[in-house]
Design a protein around this ligand. Structure first.
Ligand SMILES: *[C@@H]1O[C@H](CO)[C@@H](O)[C@H](O)[C@H]1NC(C)=O
Ligand SMILES: *[C@@H]1O[C@H](CO)[C@@H](O)[C@H](O)[C@H]1NC(C)=O
Ligand SMILES: *[C@@H]1O[C@H](CO)[C@@H](O)[C@H](O)[C@H]1NC(C)=O
Ligand SMILES: *[C@@H]1O[C@H](CO)[C@@H](O)[C@H](O)[C@H]1NC(C)=O
Ligand SMILES: *[C@@H]1O[C@H](CO)[C@@H](O)[C@H](O)[C@H]1NC(C)=O
Ligand SMILES: *[C@@H]1O[C@H](CO)[C@@H](O)[C@H](O)[C@H]1NC(C)=O
Length: 313
């Protein structure tokens, strides 16, 4: 097409004159479909039409009298767009965050008397990238001691747009609390995708386990994402053997320690039994039998006490 026609069309487009305003969503790396929403009421032959798609001042696609031309396109749209003249839908391939924004579809009728703009419409494109399953990380090394503070962070990446909310869900016994925390946002310079993180200090309980999970609430009516749950249980107090000089003291100490250990084993077993009864869907039936041997319980309790990433069984 002639350059003058191109400029004429740029000038004839006045912001705010369009009536139609459509909204479309597309996933990053996928194809966006933008509707021109033109129904061609006068049944004009496409050979008499010039169809433009523009984003601000950039020309995204041009169909000149039925033929797609690339001469006037902004370089970043070359080979990325396809106009379907039957449905009046523009396909924009391999969408990135930068493609988000408002697109305008303009249709001109080429008559012998000149060009006449007969239609325009706007279409807002929203780009979405799914966040990963959030992951809880302990911010310091070592074992978890009862009554101490435990700092955790939870991150989810690389998504778009920013999530509406992130929170912790903490279960202790039959009580569940949700804590909404301020989200720290990191944006990748190139992809424009976000990594989101929350951190919180938890108090390790003295006597019972707590079950912590982290949630991300994305926008776009999508379901919230839930991390694997982290079970925090207090570490058992391991008796420290001191060198004992007097045999009598040693004997007494031995008896006391044996008693303590016995009490602890009994308490551990009863605790395990109560906590296994919570997980009716996933727990292995074997561990719940009353005639359990100590060997059956040991591997599980050992893991629990270290506060490893796992679900509470
Ligand atoms: C998009 O594609 C690029 C290149 O193939 C890839 O590196 C990136 O992970 C993809 N992004 C998403 C959100 O799928
Ligand atoms: C577009 O595709 C054509 C044919 O496949 C190719 O020759 C050309 O280099 C491509 N242009 C760009 C900018 O990718
Ligand atoms: C946990 O975080 C709090 C607040 O940021 C900090 O004061 C404390 O030293 C941290 N504790 C550990 C064990 O890192
Ligand atoms: C939660 O547990 C406590 C004590 O274990 C009990 O008194 C209470 O009734 C329980 N609440 C519910 C809703 O089950
Ligand atoms: C993103 O997640 C939603 C579910 O929340 C799913 O329907 C959709 O297919 C996912 N998209 C991609 C590109 O993975
Ligand atoms: C721990 O939390 C997860 C997620 O909320 C839940 O599926 C699991 O049943 C909980 N386990 C216990 C023992 O509370």
């Amino acid at each position: 097409m002639e350059l003058c026609e191109f400029f004429l069309h740029l000038m004839t487009f006045l912001p705010g004159t369009a009536v139609n305003m459509l909204q479309e969503e597309a996933f990053v790396n996928h194809t966006a479909y933008l509707q021109c929403n033109f129904h061609n009421p006068d049944n004009i032959d496409v050979k008499e039409l010039i169809v433009f798609w523009q984003k601000e001042s950039e020309v995204v696609n041009e169909v000149y009298r039925g033929e797609e031309l690339s001469d006037n396109l902004d370089p970043k749209y070359i080979n990325r767009t396809k106009m379907d003249m039957n449905t009046w839908t523009l396909s924009l391939l391999n969408v990135g965050i930068m493609d988000e924004g408002q697109y305008v579809c303009i249709i001109q009728h080429k008559k012998s008397s000149g060009l006449e703009k007969i239609y325009d419409s706007k279409c807002q494109l929203f780009v979405i990238a799914n966040y990963s399953q959030p992951e809880i990380v302990k911010l310091h090394k070592g074992t978890v001691k009862p009554g101490t503070a435990l700092n955790l962070s939870c991150s989810s990446s690389w998504g778009y747009p920013e999530p509406t909310q992130m929170s912790w869900q903490v279960s202790k016994g039959n009580l569940t609390e949700e804590h909404v925390d301020q989200v720290a946002v990191f944006q990748d310079d190139k992809t424009k995708l976000y990594k989101v993180t929350i951190t919180r200090t938890f108090q390790v309980p003295m006597d019972t386990h707590i079950n912590i999970s982290c949630l991300v609430y994305p926008t776009w009516k999508m379901e919230s994402l839930v991390s694997k749950s982290l079970c925090i249980a207090p570490e058992p107090v391991t008796p420290v053997m001191q060198p004992i000089i007097l045999p009598a003291v040693g004997l007494i100490a031995g008896v006391v320690i044996a008693g303590v250990v016995l009490v602890m084993v009994v308490r551990k077993r009863s605790r395990c039994n109560t906590s296994t009864s919570h997980s009716s869907q996933m727990g292995t039936e074997v561990n719940r039998q009353p005639n359990n041997k100590d060997e059956d319980l040991k591997p599980m309790t050992m893991q629990l006490w270290r506060g490893e990433m796992q679900s509470c069984h």
